[in-house]
Ligand binder design. Structure first.
Ligand SMILES: Cc1cc2nc3c(=O)[nH]c(=O)nc-3n(C[C@H](O)[C@H](O)[C@H](O)COP(=O)(O)O)c2cc1C
Length: 169
């Protein structure tokens, strides 16, 4: 079974999770940045595709949005995401729910989320606007994430999804 891990990452958090997932998968496998994939339909060459992104403005980054929308129908995928806000809050949940809707034609085997530290530049910009006050308060404790436990969880998630995909071949 051939696997592909695709990620979009601006400050490196999602990349770390992508690399952990990639490490845990058996060969044959590939790890690619989203930029390296010209067309979403080209992922049909793989039996299982992991797709990861950071939450931006409570949502899925625009480029990832398009990619999810254009996935081949029935493609086996798993979604992973990093975010600064506390897991389970509306702020992180909404992005995942949106991703699931966008990838509606694909067959989603599972999802994984991890907190990811927010860059000092982003924190500085958000802390200047009152509507982001609560969000930036939450983001403070995302520091040092993804940590070793998060990456261990990502590896277990990858093995779990792989076994699900293998069973349903
Ligand atoms: C422009 C921008 C907007 C963000 N918006 C959110 C948000 O709405 N909710 C959230 O939980 N985290 C938000 N974050 C935090 C990122 O999702 C988090 O730091 C993520 O781990 C970054 O991943 P990356 O290092 O792979 O780019 C934002 C970060 C940036 C830079």
């Amino acid at each position: 079974m051939k696997s592909l891990v695709i990620y979009f990452s601006q400050t490196g958090n999602t990349k770390k999770v992508a690399e952990a997932i990639y490490e845990a998968l058996p060969q044959p496998k590939e790890l690619k940045k989203l930029d390296e994939i010209k067309e979403a339909k080209s992922v049909a060459d793989y039996d299982l595709v992991f797709i990861g992104f950071p939450v931006h403005s409570h949502s899925v980054p625009y480029r990832v949005e398009n990619f999810l929308r254009q996935l081949p129908p029935g493609q086996k995928i798993a979604i992973f995401m990093t975010h600064g806000s506390i897991p389970g809050t509306r702020l992180s949940r909404e992005a995942l729910e949106e991703a699931l809707i966008l990838a509606g034609k694909a067959r989603v085997l599972g999802t994984f989320t991890s907190r990811g530290q927010v860059s000092p530049e982003a924190m500085e910009i958000f802390s200047r606007s009152p509507e982001h006050e609560l969000w930036t308060e939450m983001a403070v404790t995302a520091r040092h994430h993804p940590d070793q436990n998060d990456l261990d969880d990502a590896r277990s998630f990858a093995r779990w999804i792989f076994s699900l995909a293998a069973q349903s071949e």
